[in-house]
Unconditional design. Structure first.
Length: 546
């Protein structure tokens, strides 16, 4: 069994796995996944052999005490565990059990807002002269009684809620149950930094940082300008340009201060949830003298602007890759994900012609073949699709006004039993109709799960794929391809055919061998100069002698 090696910058070569704790594994039959359940499934994630997935780190969506207005993204105590998930003692055991297997643990840090039930907010709202009043953003109504400015909440409606008791509005970028912290107040900064230290001291290896791009707004809180491209019927939150409350310039300085807290502890990593253009994302990395986040998520394979899903189309993928390669500073690297708990799952996004599962196979070679720290979302490795949730079972509070995220949060499908191996009780969200599951794919060499396992374990063997530079190859409308190379090791070419016809991919070397393919029968084939890709298929080919 591997033990945790202390190596700076372990995250550069890591493959990470996002767990939505409610939905991974229930251990006590209440239908809600929990930490004890995750502990039981660690061998699936990495038992040190290629029979397991072989991931290097897990990120847990929030496990803190919370009224669950936004399923944990409304934190009522940053330094404890919600009883649904376990206790601090369970978390300690989980961290230890992970470390014994060489798995690092990232938690989710939610700095932009707390729950309205957090003691800080309860104090803050209790009176205008409470010492914590200024921990949140309170403003007088306009003379006509309306909110202080025109900002809209990400979940719809105004970003302000009037508080009868003290006669002022408070700001909330998300739900009214998620009041925004005032990061201009040094006491807030100090208290929040201490929550990081609390977990670092318990051995946590890093954090995914929730909507970090919103923590600092323009100090005067001016109205946002209207979005000229917005049309009635489009999502309300895009009706204005988020000039003054998103990726506002002061955020970048604050991120560097956050980074310094990470640097108080060895080998910790900060991964930001950020949105924006490639350059806006890249800015979060800071510079070598004054680094910001170690990694900033790039969600452009999911959506680029607004909410439209990114098409699976070679020129689009090529543009996203090229932009990331161009903009992310050389001292770090991109960080891609194809799925997360906020968006429709990959298989469903690309299933208009019923071939989403084929594309999901090619996506494995894309995600793991890029120069990046990849994040896999639980269930992605077995091709879980969105589950249609009947109205009476819907749980996501954003469902009325925003995107309805329940379909991508349904319980992990471990087997075909009534509880799907997830629970002995009634699951918090329905399983949906028959679905791919781990048991049926385990050991089937043609399954998606085994393709993920092969790709991840192969990546461990091929240092050019883990850390080589990326050079783009000439590509056309059907194929996007690139080469990963590192001095002294064989180069690896990656080619993805996004068309439904076979296609030829040129190789950057004279002779090569297919080491990984969406169609397993092609693995081992020798290729000279080029390789023929199956429809919607993909290959990794390694440079060979001669
Ligand atoms: C992030 C989370 C999302 C949450 C929101 C508010 O976007 O991923 O689930 O609702 O922040 O915290
Ligand atoms: Ca449980």
């Amino acid at each position: 069994m591997t033990v945790l090696r202390s190596s700076g910058e372990w995250w550069r070569e890591a493959v990470c796995y996002q767990i939505y704790p409610r939905s991974f594994q229930d251990s006590n039959g209440d239908g809600i996944g929990d930490l004890e359940g995750i502990i039981r499934r660690l061998d699936y994630l990495n038992d040190g052999t290629p029979r397991s997935l072989g991931i290097d780190a897990i990120w847990l969506s929030p496990t803190y005490p919370s009224p669950m207005a936004d399923f944990g993204y409304d934190v009522a105590d940053y330094c404890d565990v919600h009883p649904d998930f376990g206790t601090l003692e369970t978390m300690d055991r989980l961290i230890r059990a992970c470390h014994q297997r060489g798995i690092r643990v990232l938690l989710d840090w939610v700095p932009n807002h707390t729950s309205d039930q957090h003691p800080w907010f309860l104090e803050s709202r209790s009176s205008r002269d409470n010492p914590k009043r200024n921990w949140y953003v309170w403003r007088d109504p306009k003379p006509d009684g309306s909110p202080p400015n025109n900002w809209r909440s990400v979940f719809g409606g105004p970003a302000w809620t009037f508080d009868e008791v003290t006669g002022q509005y408070y700001l909330h970028s998300f739900l009214a149950e998620q009041p925004d912290l005032n990061w201009r107040n040094p006491e807030v900064e100090r208290a929040m930094f201490d929550t990081l230290r609390f977990w670092f001291e318990r051995g946590v290896d890093g954090f995914r940082i929730d909507v970090v791009g919103r923590i600092l707004k323009h100090p005067e809180l001016p109205d946002n300008p209207p979005n000229p491209e917005w049309r009635p019927g489009d999502r309300e939150r895009f009706s204005q340009l988020w000039v003054y409350n998103h990726n506002y310039s002061d955020v970048y300085a604050e991120v560097r201060r956050i980074r310094r807290v990470f640097d108080e502890f060895p080998d910790r990593v900060a991964v930001g949830e950020v949105f924006g253009t490639p350059d806006e994302i890249a800015r979060y990395y800071g510079d070598p003298q004054e680094p910001g986040l170690h990694l900033a998520f790039n969600f452009h394979f999911i959506h680029e602007r607004g909410h439209e899903p990114t098409p699976w189309h070679a020129p689009v993928l090529r543009r996203i890759i090229a932009n990331a390669e161009r903009s992310v500073p050389e001292f770090s690297q991109p960080c891609f994900a194809l799925n997360n708990h906020d968006r429709s799952r990959f298989v469903s996004r690309h299933d208009a012609d019923g071939r989403g599962r084929e594309r999901a196979r090619a996506a494995v070679l894309l995600l793991l073949g890029l120069r990046n720290t990849p994040f896999i979302y639980y269930g992605e490795e077995i091709g879980m699709a969105d589950v249609e949730i009947p109205p009476e079972r819907q749980r996501d509070p954003a469902r009325f006004r925003a995107i309805g995220r329940d379909p991508a949060r349904t319980p992990m499908q471990w087997d075909a039993s009534p509880g799907r191996g997830f629970t002995t009780g009634e699951p918090w969200l329905p399983f949906g109709p028959e679905s791919p599951n781990v048991a049926e794919q385990d050991g089937d060499p043609d399954s998606l799960l085994e393709l993920y396992r092969r790709a991840i374990w192969l990546r461990k063997e091929l240092s050019s794929v883990r850390r080589g530079k990326l050079s783009a190859l000439s590509s056309d409308d059907s194929v996007v391809s690139w080469c990963r190379s590192e001095e002294g090791t064989p180069a690896v070419a990656v080619a993805i055919n996004t068309s439904a016809e076979p296609a030829i991919a040129k190789l950057p070397f004279t002779r090569g061998r297919v080491v990984l393919c969406t169609n397993r029968a092609m693995e081992g084939l020798l290729a000279s100069g080029s390789v023929e890709l199956p429809p919607l298929g993909a290959v990794w080919a390694i440079e060979t002698e001669g």
